[in-house]
Design a protein around this ligand. Structure first.
Ligand SMILES: Nc1ncnc2c1ncn2[C@@H]1O[C@H](COP(=O)(O)OP(=O)(O)OP(=O)(O)O)[C@@H](O)[C@H]1O
Ligand SMILES: [Mg+2]
Length: 270
């Protein structure tokens, strides 16, 4: 069973660079045409916090994450990272952020090594020898040394998730964003990935935002949990509040009852 091999080595980062950063959303709204996906969403994530964002499919979680890394831009409101406007390209030069995408987003034509080396090569962060050291250290941390020469098509789902996390780690991020890191994994591998996320945060004090449907992950490692429904933040609080949700919509989301007399699929909008 892979466990994060964090005692072996630390990712180097200078004291000034390694400072965790805070995130602030102020009345963020986002529309695609006439379709309003995010509605007046405000919350802050403290430096060094693990914040878990839950919510039904289509509620706008991935769209929200993309605003933090400048892949989407607000229709109204503001998103700041370390006090800087997240929609400005300068912010991404000044603050190191890494997004572990929902589907991994590995480049299928490149080996695991080349996937991890891509960012430092493009940004000329180090010599090829220095890059090799960073890549091998990240792979070691995630117990992936034996996968270094493999192609993504040769990896299991759990390995792909770990390679995607290792690739993010090579960036030595101050802000780590995960989109559904445990989806499509068996319960043990989900627990493993959850432990990795918490251990990386502990070791590097990296501010961490996890988008997930995984209640065990939220209960296990979150400092706070936000719930997004229909583009609105309907709940924000400690993970223990998930055990006794007061809002019936949240209760139904967390503990859905199967009702074949009144099935949900008949109520879906196209
Ligand atoms: N670029 C886009 N153009 C138009 N609509 C979009 C775009 N990106 C997302 N949407 C829509 O925004 C809504 C929210 O999408 P999003 O991907 O954020 O959902 P989600 O909460 O991450 O869902 P899931 O849990 O299934 O991943 C969806 O209805 C989606 O179709
Ligand atoms: Mg999503």
């Amino acid at each position: 069973m892979p466990t994060p091999n964090l005692s072996a080595s630390r990712l180097p980062a200078s004291d000034s660079d390694s400072a965790a950063v805070g995130v602030q959303l102020d009345q963020l709204s986002k529309s695609f045409g006439r379709f309003e996906v995010l509605k007046d969403v405000s919350f802050a994530v403290e430096p060094g916090e693990i914040f878990v964002l839950m919510g039904p499919s289509g509620s706008g979680k991935s769209v929200l994450l993309k605003h933090l890394v400048g892949l989407e831009f607000p229709t109204a409101g503001r998103v700041t990272v370390a006090g800087r406007d997240a929609s400005s390209p300068h912010t991404r030069e000044e603050v190191r952020m890494a997004l572990v995408f929902q589907a991994g987003a590995l480049f299928n034509s490149m080996s695991v090594y080349d996937n991890l080396a891509l960012y430092p090569r493009e940004h000329r962060i180090a010599s090829e020898a220095g890059i090799r050291e960073k890549v091998m250290r990240a792979l070691q941390i995630l117990s992936l040394e034996n996968a270094v020469r493999k192609m993504p098509s040769e990896l299991s789902g759990g390995m792909k998730k770990r390679v995607a996390i290792a690739r993010a780690l090579v960036m030595e991020p101050q802000l780590m964003l995960y989109d559904e890191p445990t989806s499509e994994l068996d319960p043990v591998m989900s627990a493993t990935i959850t432990e990795i996320i918490a251990t990386l945060k502990e070791q590097y004090h990296v501010t961490t935002i996890v988008v997930s449907h995984d209640r065990d992950l939220a209960l296990g490692i979150a400092d706070r949990v936000g719930i997004l429904m229909g583009g609105r933040l309907v709940s924000l609080g400690p993970p223990a509040a998930l055990r006794t949700p007061s809002d019936p919509r949240v209760a139904d989301f967390l503990n859905p009852k199967i009702d074949l007399r009144n099935p949900r699929f008949r109520q879906l909008e196209s």
